[in-house]
Design a protein around this ligand. Sequence first.
Ligand code: SAM
Length: 308
Amino acid sequence: MHAFDFHAPVLVEEVMRYLLGGDGLYLDGTAGGGGHAEALLKRCPGCRVLAVDRDPEALKAARERLAGFKDRVAFARMSFRDAPSHPRLRGEGLAGALLDLGVSSHQLDRRRRGFTFRRGAALDMRMDQESHGSAAEFLAGASRGELHRALRAGDAPRPGALAGRILQRRAARPTRTSDDLVAVLESVLGRRATHAEKARLFQALRMRVNDETAALEAGLPAIRDALRPGGALVVISYHSVEDRCVKRAFRDWSDPSRGLPRRLPVRDAELAPLGCVLTGRPVTAGAAEAEANPRARPARLRAWRRAA
Ligand SMILES: C[S@@+](CC[C@H](N)C(=O)[O-])C[C@H]1O[C@@H](n2cnc3c(N)ncnc32)[C@H](O)[C@@H]1O
């Protein structure tokens, strides 16, 4: 398979601009097909990369693509939230870290992975198929409250009504396939669902099945603390929930006094900024990239640098 068939990396120039900060060890916490890692290893001959992904198919593709870099790259199948405890990081601060969130084109395009709303896909949606239950299992076992919370948190359309309808029909007809889930959506909307509505529903379910927001909330501060002074953290998100979480974290780390009541008995050192935001507004794809690669269109890049 050609590397670009697996996943075409987005915002490569922009990632390099913010991420590269000299030789040393970099973390690619969402290696996917290894496109960003390859660019990093090529442009910075003194860099090494720890390439992490939860998905064994992604790691296999990344290994193949990056084989020529020999021992400058190491691979680990794990969530990026746990990457700071990887033995490679012992005693060495990260020169930089990248999180390119969400799913790869490979995951979306393979019907058997069950991320797609194209017809006839079994609802799986797991990035790591060994670690937890599938989307169909979640839909079969979740309470109404759990369903509602998951759909609302992921910005699905009409989350309350959808949760009720899934529950109502599951005794007779479980929601097991993409067609079942689209049928539920259309029964709530009372008409054919648009592409965007289906995408929002499937994305909300995927985020819940893989516990994506929790991984991001825990991973951001853990990776921040693993950076060496002056090291950068670059995050690309594709969903407003993720982008908000990144924006808030970067802002709070850059101004720890933010939101604290005045006259609180805290020492100045506790209020010192941990670093600074490098991107006032999120960086997005230019017209040419958005035209060539539709999956770059929703991408929002934010970058932060740890104080030197
Ligand atoms: C958009 S793709 C990354 C593409 C990659 N930058 C490239 O150049 O090919 C997102 C990848 O992140 C992985 N992923 C998502 N959440 C993760 C997590 N918490 N820990 C590790 N990998 C994760 C997915 O399995 C997927 O392969």
